[in-house]
Write a protein that binds this ligand. Structure first.
Ligand SMILES: NC(=O)c1ccc[n+]([C@@H]2O[C@H](COP(=O)([O-])OP(=O)(O)OC[C@H]3O[C@@H](n4cnc5c(N)ncnc54)[C@H](OP(=O)(O)O)[C@@H]3O)[C@@H](O)[C@H]2O)c1
Length: 284
């Protein structure tokens, strides 16, 4: 499995699993737990969740999936912006830990930024949780370049380990200014890794695209594997597709074996052109 290195030297697999829409329906619980467990078995050991997903339900699904294999899994969870204040953050973290039934979250993210978010206070609160051993590292989500610059100008803001953003073939906006910086990251000027959310475009529309189908045919594979292989071509990006069907989990896991050719990449650039101007970062 290809890996991506974090700021503190920890290496994590470049292909993980998402959990949005899990934990919302008790009847789906068994299938969702089984899907995550299969994904872990196939090497997709980064699991992304959030207190928002199923209002804690997804964290409980994750808990059941990892209970006998905590050490194999890199758990990512996210806090609501309205819980990111110095008083609320430790409480939200404690609730997530309880639902996840673990002692520490490997990576804890601010889910998105609200205009009244006092970034310096949130960073300080994250750092306190880290010192207390409740989280191992922290990061952000849905931050554009200006948000990242502001964050990095704050005391300890450079400790941010990851920025989770929308990135797939039909949503390439981060390539305009955010991703180029991430590509240039160095030990002296560390840039947080990118976690690409919705990498298969929610499993709809994108996967029916004719160009994607043509390339999939060339490789004798599926369109989702091509969509994922395209995200994974970036060295400092982790893709976190969500799949509750076993067939989809197996399909996604195989994307790691696909090597896109120059011809594939040219065809994809033609069909899904990279951004040419600054636009607001889309948020789901
Ligand atoms: N930070 C944020 O603001 C944010 C926003 C959105 C998402 N996320 C995270 O990113 C994760 C992934 O994003 P997402 O869930 O929005 O979208 P996604 O992973 O692009 O798509 C998930 C959908 O695609 C289907 N699917 C997965 N693999 C497939 C395959 N091989 N073939 C066909 N269909 C397939 C799934 O079906 P089944 O489930 O039926 O298998 C599901 O309906 C989320 O689960 C969440 O953890 C974060």
């Amino acid at each position: 499995m290809k890996t991506v290195s974090l700021r503190d030297g920890e290496s994590v697999p470049a292909l993980g699993q998402g959990t949005w829409r899990m934990g919302e329906n008790a009847r789906a619980h068994k299938e969702e737990v089984a899907a995550l467990r299969l994904g872990i078995e196939l090497g997709m050991t980064v699991i992304d969740t959030a207190e928002m997903y199923g209002e804690g339900g997804a964290e409980k699904v994750v808990a059941d999936a990892i209970e006998d294999q905590r050490d194999r899994v890199f758990v990512v969870s996210k806090v609501y912006p309205h819980n990111a204040s110095p008083t609320e953050l430790p409480k939200a973290c404690e609730r997530s830990l309880k639902r996840l039934r673990i002692d520490a979250i490997d990576l804890y993210l601010l889910h998105w930024r609200e205009r009244n978010t006092q970034l310096a206070e949130t960073v300080e609160a994250f750092e306190k949780l880290r010192t207390a051993g409740k989280i191992t590292r922290w990061g952000v989500s849905n931050f554009d370049l200006e948000d990242m610059e502001e964050l990095q100008s704050i005391e300890n803001g450079m400790n941010c380990a990851a920025n989770q953003v929308l990135y797939n073939l039909s949503n390439r906006q981060i390539e305009f200014d955010l991703l180029p910086l991430v590509r240039e990251s160095s030990t002296l000027n560390y840039q947080p890794i990118v976690m690409a959310y919705s990498p298969v475009g929610h499993g709809r529309g994108l996967l029916e695209n004719a160009t994607l189908k043509k390339i999939a045919k060339r490789h004798g594979t599926t369109t989702s594997q091509i969509a994922l292989a395209w995200v994974l071509r970036e060295p400092r990006v982790i893709a976190i597709p969500k799949a509750s069907k076993e067939k989809h989990v197996r399909d996604n896991a195989r994307s790691i074996e696909i090597k896109l050719t120059k011809e594939d990449l040219t065809d994809l650039d033609q069909e899904f052109p990279p951004p040419t101007s600054k636009k607001p970062l889309p948020i789901l």
